[in-house]
Each structure stands twice: as C-alpha cells, then as structure tokens.
Design a binder for this molecule. Sequence first.
Ligand code: FEO
Length: 395
Amino acid sequence: MMSAVKIAENIYWVGAVDWKVRSFHGHTYSTKRGTTYNSYLVVDDKITLVDGVHASFADEMLDNIRRIIDPSKIECIVANHVETDHSGAIPRLLELNPKAKVYGTAKCKEGLHRYYYVPMDFQVVKTGDELKLGQKTLKFIEAPMIHWPDSMFTYVVEDAILMPNDAFGQHFASSERFADEVDQCALWDEAAKYYANILWPLGSIIKRKIEEVVKMNIPVKVIAPSHGLIWRKDPMKIVEKYLEWASGKTRKKAIIAYETMWGATEKMAKKIAEGLADSGSEVKLYNVAETDITDVFTDMLDARGFIFGSSTHDNDMLPSMAAFMELYKGFKAKDRHAAVFGSYGWAGGAVKEIESVIAEAGGVTTLPSISVKYMPDEKELEACRQFGVDFASKL
Ligand code: FEO
C-alpha cells in the first residue's frame, strides 16, 4: 500500500498501486509491470476527488484519503471515464456521502448508471465548463474516443495540472509517483506499449484533440494521468511523443510475425529475415505462439513493414496467428507494406486467410505472398531470401 502523495498545494495522489495485475482489457493487454489507478484529491472549500480506482482497491484509496481528510466530506466526484478501473470505487464513495455530486460527460452518466444502478446526483459537463471549488477551479475538456465515447480531461486552472485520465498513461506499478523518478527505458517502453495497444487506432482523434487543447492556450505544468507515473518535468515530451505516434511516423524496419507447426514456416521466416537484413533493413522475428503479442504490436508501432506467416491447419492459419490477426484488424495501421508467407501440406489456406484479414483491415500496400509445400528446399529457401530482399526495397 502506498501513502497519499502531494503533487501541488492541496492536491494529492490518493490512488492505488496494483502490483499483481498481469492482464487488462479481457487479456488483450499484458501488464507485466502491474499498474496503478490514480485518483487525485483536491482539498478546497468543496473537497473533490478526480477519478476513483478499481473497486477491489476502494479500501486502499479510502485509507489514503483518510490520511488527509474524512472521505465522507468529499462533495464533488469527477468521473473522467466510466471504465470500471476508474469508476469502480464511486459507489463506495456515494455510500459515505450520498449527497456528493458526480461530474462527467453525458455518455459517462449513461455508463455509470448501466454499470452500477445506484442513484447519484449527476451533473453533465461539456468542454469549457468550469467548477469553482473555492481557491481552485476545474475546467473540463471532453475527449470522446480517447479512448471511450465518455472520456474527458480535467484541468486544474490555478495549478496548470492536466488530468487526462487514460491518455498519456502507462501500466507501471511503482513505489515512485513521478515519471522522472523511475528507470527511463522502462517508463518509455511502457508508454509506447500503452499507446500501441490502446490508442493506436485513434491516432487522428488524438492529434485533433491535442491541437484543440494547444489552441485553448492553457499552460500545462503537470500531466497527471490515471495510470502510471505523473509527468512533472518537461510534461510536453509525452505530448510530442503522442503526436509522433499519431502521425504514423515509421522507419526502415520490418516485423515478421508467424506461427509454425513443424518448423517449415519458421525456416521461411528466418530466410526472409536474412534477405531483409542483408538489404539494410532492421528486422524482428516473433513466433506469436511463444511471444507476448502485446510486445509485438508495440514493436510494430514504428515499423514500415509487416510480414505475417503461418502453416496451414484445417485450411486456415494456426490458432495463435488467428488470434494475432484478429487483434491486428482493430489496429487500423496505415501507410505500411505487408506480405504473407507460409507452408502447407496439401490444400493450403493459411496464406489466403491472412491475406483476407489484411485486406479487411486495409491501410497497407500488399506485396505478393510466398508459399511452400512441406519443407522448403534450397531453391525455395533462396526464393524466401529474395522475398525479403524485394520487401526491403519497398521500405
Ligand atoms: Fe484505464 Fe479506459 O480505463
């Protein structure tokens, strides 16, 4: 359990650190470093909590709040986002003070009702609305689809603190609360993984929202997201990184993601990689049956080429590859090159199925595929190497 941490005068982190969680969003996201659920307490004439925590951590959050004030004195609860990792503790807060008013977007109001079915005095807010707490003022900025329709940012005007909920977060459990206090490689790895696996399909919305906030001309001294570390030194660095990711900037790099049954498809993968590397392209190989695919998608974020392969099983791709391709479809990657390879015994089918998922997902230029019957011979391995060389020339 972590204590409350002051982040500005009369503003405290009172959230919870989840050291144990190892998967998120229905096992589509591995959280190898755990996570945090960040709640922020603003002590003013109206005592306010911005975001809650997962229900299973409500007691920890309440204990943290008790170190500062009696939680039953919380009058205002800002729900930036309805997802249960942040709203789960709201019913507990309302048990302590049923008169507390909840602030959020119209979609948040609908979502909180549908999740908890508890009565609440809910005030719908829109971009530009302000809530005067006494000395401090909260300004609300709707942020639909960053990353749910209900999402919203809260800005503490006097302290120039942006609380953007899921945006700019990382799944990173730590005893430290600020980004400048932890290992920087681990921090940026987690920030990129978070962007790739949660926000990648929303790049154009993110870019527009950042531009909109910049036009509001509000100073930002601290960015306090709802997961992971708080950005207080050079907070715009993470914003610039988001703009770079959202712009789809890539480099001469190819990711080969495959699954193999008896090793033939893997032999092909290695020869294709050889051709790419010999042609000056960075290349990474991942057997998706043996890899955390969250990491594969993170590595794909700045890669200009994707090469997917599978052996054929029952006229289709192997099951781990099928799960990978199903998630790939949702990423809506753009401006990349893609190609497919695989081995088969008699009828084939995996290559065609992967091609059809790529076509359905769209956004990439496809190059001709390569297939091999049973185990590739020397000539076919050379063809795979040449396939890599040809692919590299497009990157
Ligand atoms: Fe961290 Fe969208 O919830």
